[in-house]
Write a protein that binds this ligand. Structure first.
Ligand SMILES: C[S@@+](CC[C@H](N)C(=O)[O-])C[C@H]1O[C@@H](n2cnc3c(N)ncnc32)[C@H](O)[C@@H]1O
Length: 389
């Protein structure tokens, strides 16, 4: 198996090197260690999914061959989201056979996890947080299927919370890229005296990167206000405690902000912003176009919405990064639209552009243009979009 992981890495690396010839020379994170961790996480996610299905007693149904509906028999309704994602993902990864909607497990799949971790550790020492998070989820998620327990309560308990913080940290090789592409998109259009509003600031990893970058470029003084917001009071309190030290010199203000509630009632007063930035947040908007429309009303003339997102090459094809979130109701239980948002969760660059335009945004820029990159290198999953209000 390690041989094929090695082959995958070699292939990805060759594709990534071709990006420079396509004109994408400012993607320093697309290096061999990053690609190795990503390839290993994909295999680890597939093996962890199959192990989980076995632990839940679903192997015999899969050995016989079953549809999603048959697999779901006797399970709580919420199981549809992770299982509806796992079956096509495992088929894509060659772990299940699929024919006419029936999924079958054959032979003895390779399910050891240690060699995959060892591969990642060898290629990119010290980057194990994604594996740690996958282990934690698999260990704790059983009651989601057996008792219908809520995924958020199982996965955001005190023992896993620090792992999430580490995962969304800027030191995590496979998360840093999200912050970096968003930073590039945000900083290039900021006017002097800019007021910036961050949504879903969470661990504060983007805020910290933004402040460090501005300090290094000696542009901190050009920021008039940086308002850090999140839905979760725990994140906000932590940010208030820590960001003064982690982001010195950034003129911070703080507030709770829920993108699913009318913004006028959320204490922003008459404030208007030159940029609204959100890294991996807007895909949880319950009603995406109305939420984007609301955000437009907060932009000053010439202001932009900059969103960093995990971007899929194809809307209906699963990618490994989605595993983590299929147990979260905030991620799965959103209102769909047959054209603009046919699936929950991560979208393609084209789908984001269509939603932004439907909400009245214009001049939508893809930074970098993942639609071009993914034609050559489909495992490139990250991008930012900047849209004028
Ligand atoms: C994937 S994390 C983003 C991580 C963050 N950008 C960072 O650097 O740590 C998603 C964040 O969105 C927040 N969030 C979830 N639902 C939200 C909502 N309805 N409104 C605002 N923020 C929300 C979460 O609390 C979490 O901090």
């Amino acid at each position: 198996m390690i041989r094929s992981l090695q082959e995958q890495l070699d292939w990805d690396h060759a594709q990534a090197q071709g990006l420079e010839a396509l004109g994408f020379s400012d993607l320093p994170f697309v290096n061999r260690p990053f690609l190795a961790v990503q390839a290993a996480l994909r295999v680890y996610t597939a093996r962890s999914s199959l192990l989980l299905l076995g632990e839940l007693g679903l192997e015999s149904r899969l050995r016989q061959g079953c549809t999603l509906e048959e697999l779901l028999e006797g399970l709580p309704g919420q199981a549809r989201f992770p299982l509806g994602w796992m079956l096509p993902f495992l088929a894509d990864e060659g772990q299940l056979e699929v024919a006419e909607g029936r999924y079958t497990l054959r032979g003895t799949p390779e399910l050891t996890l240690e060699d995959v971790r060892a591969f990642a550790e060898r290629e990119a020492p010290g980057n194990l947080v994604g594996f740690k998070l996958l282990d934690a989820i698999r260990q704790r998620i059983h009651p989601f299927f057996t008792e219908g327990r809520n995924g958020e309560s199982l996965l955001f308990d005190l023992s896993v919370f620090p792992v999430w913080l580490e995962y969304f940290g800027d030191e995590n090789l496979t998360y840093h890229q999200n912050n970096l592409v968003t930073l590039h998109a945000l900083r290039e259009g900021l006017p002097p005296g800019a007021r910036v509003l961050e949504l879903g600031g969470g661990s504060g990893s983007f805020t910290t990167l933004f402040a460090r970058d501005a300090a290094a470029r000696e542009t901190l003084g050009e920021i008039a206000e940086y308002r850090f917001t999140d839905l979760a009071p725990a994140f906000l309190r932590r940010a208030q405690r820590e960001l003064g030290v982690r982001a010195p010199g950034l003129p911070l203000s703080f507030g709770i902000l829920d993108i699913n509630r009318p913004l006028a009632a959320q204490g922003l007063g008459d404030a208007r912003y030159d940029a609204i930035v959100a890294v991996n947040v807007l895909h949880v908007a319950k009603d995406l176009v109305p939420a984007l429309r609301e955000l437009r009303t907060l932009l000053a003339p010439g202001g932009r919405l900059v969103l960093g997102e995990c971007l899929k090459p194809e809307l209906l094809r699963p990618i490994y990064t989605e595993f983590f979130f299929q147990f979260m109701s905030g991620y799965t239980q959103v209102n769909l639209d047959p054209v603009l948002r046919p699936v929950h969760g991560f979208l393609t660059g084209d789908a984001w552009e269509a939603n932004l335009r439907a909400a009245g945004f214009s001049a939508v820029a893809h930074k970098p243009d993942t639609r071009v990159i993914q034609r050559q290198f489909p495992s490139f999953y990250v991008g930012a979009l900047a849209a004028s209000g």
